[in-house]
Design a protein around this ligand. Sequence first.
Ligand code: ADP
Ligand code: ASP
Ligand code: MG
Length: 401
Amino acid sequence: MLIVKKFGGSSVADKERIFNVANRCIEDYKKGNQVVVVLSAMGDTTDELIEKAQSINPNPPKREMDMLLACGEQTSVALMSMAMASLGVPSISLNAFQVAMHTTSKYSNAKFKRIDTDRICSELDLGKIVIVTGFQGINKFDDITTLGRGGSDTTAVALAAALGADACEIYTDVEGVYTADPRIVPNAKKMKEISYDEMLELASLGAKVLHNRSVEMAKKYGVTLVVRSSLTTAEGTIVKEVKGVESMLVSGVAVDKNTARIALIGVKNSPGIAFKVFDLLAKHNINVDVIIQSIGREDTKDISFTVDEAQAREAVQILKENKERLTIQKIMEEENVAKLSIVGAGMQTHAGVAAKMFEALFDVGVNIRMIATSEIRITVLINLDDVDRAMKAVHDKFIDD
Ligand code: ADP
Ligand code: ASP
Ligand code: MG
C-alpha cells in the first residue's frame, strides 16, 4: 500500500512529538507499505514568523512573506528525517521545489496546478520514507508560494491524488471531526463518517480541522480521507462520498470568529448599485459572504455584508476610494462579530430547521444580526461575545447528548 500521512503543527510541536510521529510512520513502513509524510510547521511557528515579519514591516511584500513562512515546514521535515535516521530507518526530506509542486502565482493563497511525482516515486523505490513540506508550492517564476493558513491538509490530498495513494490520513490534536469544535462544546460527538459536501461546508464556515480546499480536492479526485489523532489510536472520522444513508438533519455546527461586517449607508436606490459594489470587491479578490440589503426608504437604501477580517481593511479602503461613484454616504466597519452556522444534508427535505435554530438562540438571549442560507447550511451573524454560548445552545438543540 502507498499511504500519505499528514501531521499538523501540534503533532510535531517538540522533540517527543517528533519521535512519536516518526515511530508511527515507521510502524507502517515496517509492515511493507510505502509511506509519504506531509508535515506542518512545529507548534505556533507560523504565527511566530508572522509576528516577526510584522515587527519589521506591518505591511510586508507578499512574496517575501511566503519565502519566510515556508521556512516553518522546512524545519519540520528536516528534523523528522533526522529523527528517522537516528532510529535507523532510511528517509529523505523534500521541499516544494525539490518535489516540484507547481501552483498558481498568487502569493499567500496559491492553488496547486500540477505535481511532479518522479522524485517522490524514485525515493520510495529506493526504500525510503519520503517527508514532504506541507503548505508550500512554487510558481511560474520559480518563487515559493503558500496555500493559505491550514494549507498542509491540501498538500496531503494533492499528493495522495497525484500518487494514486491507497490511503490519506490526516493526523491532528483531536480524534476526528466532531459535531462542533470539541474545545468550545465539550459534549460534541465524534462522527464516524461525513460526506464531502457537509465537510466542505463545515470547513468553509470555520471548522478548521480540515482546510476547505483539501476537502474540495478530495471530492474532485475521489480521495477518501481519515481524520484522526496523532496521540491516540482511536478510530477517526472518514470523509467520503456518502450515499444511500438517511442524511442527518444537522450534522455539525461551525463558528467563524475571523469575520467583519461592513455596512454601506445611504446608497442610491437604483438598479446597478449592488452590481457595482460587489463587482469591484470581486475584482480585488475579496470574498463576500452574508449580504443584506434594506428596503429602500425614499431614494436611498443600506447594504451590509461580511468579509474575512483579514480582508476588511482592504475592502473598506477600496470602497472609500470609490465612494462617490458608488453613491455611498457612509461606510461602517465592525469586527466584533462572528458567524455561526449549522450544516446538514437533511435540511433539504425538512421544514422548520431555521426556526429551531432561531429558537435556540432566543432561549439564550442571543440577537441575530444577519441571516444567510443555502441548501445545506444556515448561517447567522451574531456578536462575538455571544458566540460560545450560542454555539452550545444550537448544538444541544439539534444534537442529543
Ligand atoms: P492541525 O495543526 O493538526 O492542522 P488544526 O488546529 O488546524 O490542527 O485543526 C484542529 C482543530 O480544529 C482542533 O483542535 C479543534 O479545536 C478545531 N475544530 C474546529 N471545529 C472542529 C470540529 N467540528 N471537529 C474537530 N475539530 C474542530
Ligand atoms: N503552518 C501552516 C499554518 O499554520 C500550514 C498548516 O499548518 O497547515 O497555517
Ligand atoms: Mg490545520
